[in-house]
Ligand binder design. Structure first.
Ligand code: ATP
Length: 364
């Protein structure tokens, strides 16, 4: 097995930058997820690692080998696509065996590998069937099986679950992670779905407009977003954002907007910041509607309750304060609130994020 290294890798299409300088060291055995909105360059990045797209600049290493100029078949990778790309005229056995036959592997070894992959994926009973006789989930497994039999150094997966219905997707998500942990094969996985990224990746790369926005574990990405884009992209419902200004009073830094004053219990050097227009971010679960226990340092804001979404195990309460919106996530058991009234909202100051308005970069 091997890690993958991208060094200054970029891709330009007729002068347009699809992927800007991309530097990343993916560890041996790691499950790395590339995530971002449509067109951010994640598939192009994956295709460059696969050898399906030639980088305009940079170098790609798999293990200690420079593969930048190698054909896909010489890179020791296996790719799983969104549409599975199964051969319709071959049964499952031959779909699994085909790549190995091309490599002129002895018949008994092919049989052994196909059997083992089929067992791992619980599709041994489907080997005689043709793709048209399989459900979406079963086809997906066969596509994975074709990657597994190759026993490659790296799996490359481009939205492999996106054609499955929501329930099956969640189930396959967990199965895929278990499978990867078992095989310990370095995996690069592309998705536009932040939940998939958060639940599957050892590390996540968040991309936008061809640029890496942040690389980190799911915890780091969620709790310490590097900028407004990442803060907004990850989490459902998304982080709340209030626009305002910073000022210093009584030796403390305050966030102020019309009708809102938040003592940040911090002393930021505003001269050094060189900008006082900011966006304050706080996740819905860090906004409480009832005075929390004393160990939580909170700021109280008086809000209007506009709407309550009851999701069964939790409620999302939509609040308004001086034209700005705020959502609070209430766990089951929290005392009820009513729509249309005024309610105090308590912001947990240990969980407040602060970003520059101009660039979106994190301040706090
Ligand atoms: P999606 O989730 O929609 O697949 P993505 O994040 O994978 O998006 P890419 O497919 O990598 O994005 O595309 C990145 C950018 O490069 C887009 O602006 C796209 O239009 C452009 N692009 C991709 N392939 C080509 C190509 N062969 N020729 C020209 N432009 C391309």
């Amino acid at each position: 097995m091997a890690g993958v290294k991208l060094e200054g890798v970029a891709k330009h299409f007729k002068g347009a930058v699809a992927v800007a300088e991309f530097n990343l060291d993916i560890k041996d055995g790691e499950f790395l997820v590339l995530v971002g909105p449509s067109g951010c360059g994640k598939s192009t990045t994956l295709r460059m690692v696969a050898g399906l797209e030639e980088p305009t600049y940079g170098r790609i290493m798999i293990g200690n080998k420079d593969v930048t100029k190698l054909e896909p078949k010489d890179r020791d990778i296996a790719m799983v696509f969104q549409d599975y790309a199964l051969y319709p005229h071959m049964n499952v056995y031959h779909n699994l065996a085909f790549g190995l036959k091309l490599r002129k592997m002895p018949k008994n070894e092919i049989e052994e590998r196909v059997k083992m992959a089929a067992e791992i994926l619980s599709i041994s009973h489907l080997l005689e069937r043709y793709p048209r006789q399989l459900s979406g989930g079963q086809r997906q497994r066969v596509a994975l099986g074709r990657a597994i039999v190759r026993n490659p150094q790296v799996f490359l997966m481009d939205e492999p679950l996106s054609n499955l219905d929501a329930k099956l997707r969640v189930q396959m998500r967990a199965e895929l992670v278990k499978l990867q942990r078992r095989l310990k094969t370095t995996t690069i996985y592309v998705t536009h779905d932040q939940t998939e990224a958060m639940t599957m990746g050892d590390r996540i790369v968040v991309m936008k407009d061809g640029h890496i926005q942040q690389v980190g574990t799911p915890e780091e990405i969620y709790h310490e977003p590097a900028n407004l884009f990442v803060a907004d992209f990850v989490g459902s419902p998304s982080m709340n954002f209030l626009e305002g200004e910073l000022c210093t009073e009584e030796g403390c830094t305050w966030f102020k907007a019309q009708g809102i004053r938040v003592n940040l219990r911090n002393n930021l050097n505003l001269a050094e910041l060189n900008e006082n227009k900011v966006v304050l971010g706080i996740r819905p679960e860090d906004v409480y509607l009832h005075r929390p226990f004393q160990d939580k340092v909170c700021e109280e804001l008086l809000c209007q309750t506009e709407l309550i979404e009851d999701l069964g195990s939790e409620k999302i309460v939509f609040l308004k304060i001086e034209g700005q919106e705020l959502q609070a996530r209430l766990r089951d058991g929290a005392a009820p609130v009513t729509v249309g009234g005024n309610t105090p909202a308590y912001l947990n100051l240990n969980k407040v994020h602060l970003f520059r308005k101009s660039t979106g970069k994190k301040i706090l």
